[in-house]
Design a protein around this ligand. Structure first.
Ligand code: COA
Length: 175
């Protein structure tokens, strides 16, 4: 049984196990992890977890060009199996290419419905945030992500060339 869990230092060991499966410096979409982030030491991990959770707090100003975003880990029986994030609003750049929501599932946990489930859960949060529709995008060649979006009601607006490559742009209406 999977849960969406706010980032927490209690899952440091479990998070590192997942990271080791991905490999160091491998991009994990929707995780908020950046190349130089220290996630190995308890202090570094705690600072990163704090920053992730703080980015959801709309009373805390964000640096220019960044928007508030809520991060969750997809956790199954104490194992971190993935990440998903909801950006609270779109910038011109996000409208063009990145969209509201990003996600990834660790390789050994794929094809079990976790991404589709997690996206469905986050749509509920998006509705609670007051959004009436969300943009979700993926690379034109990413069949798994395209199906994840379509399964959650995504309607393709267009496929366009962006700084992220050829990008499929879907809207999901939050009725
Ligand atoms: C995309 C990703 C998140 C999908 O995660 P997942 O948990 O395996 O997806 P699900 O099991 O929920 O499957 C969702 C749909 O995709 C399909 N799917 C999953 N993997 C697939 C693959 N490799 N090829 C084709 N279809 C695939 C499933 O069959 C399902 O479709 P269906 O409902 O029509 O049967 C995962 O492959 C991943 O993390 N990829 C790397 C990061 C990434 O691409 N993130 C998205 C960036 S936009």
């Amino acid at each position: 049984m999977a849960d969406l869990v706010a980032p927490t230092v209690l899952l440091h060991r479990a998070w590192l196990d997942a990271r080791d499966e991905w490999g160091r410096d491998v991009v994990q979409h929707g995780s908020g992890l950046h190349h130089a982030t220290d996630v190995d030491t308890p202090e570094g991990f705690a600072a990163w977890v704090h920053a992730l959770n703080e980015s959801a707090d709309e009373s805390v100003p964000m640096p220019e060009e960044l928007v508030h975003a809520t991060y969750w880990w997809i956790v199954e029986d104490g194992t971190v199996v993935g990440s998903i994030t909801l950006r609270h609003r779109l910038t011109d750049h996000l409208l063009h290419a990145g969209g509201h929501i990003g996600y990834s599932v660790r390789p050994t946990a794929r094809k079990r419905g976790l991404a589709a489930w997690a996206l469905g859960q986050v749509l509920t949060h998006a509705r609670q945030l007051g959004l009436d529709r969300v943009l979700v995008t993926c690379d034109d060649t990413n069949e798994a992500s395209a199906r994840t979006i379509e399964r959650n009601g995504g309607v393709l607006e267009d496929v366009r060339d962006t700084e992220l490559g050829r990008t499929r742009r879907y809207w999901i209406v939050l009725a």
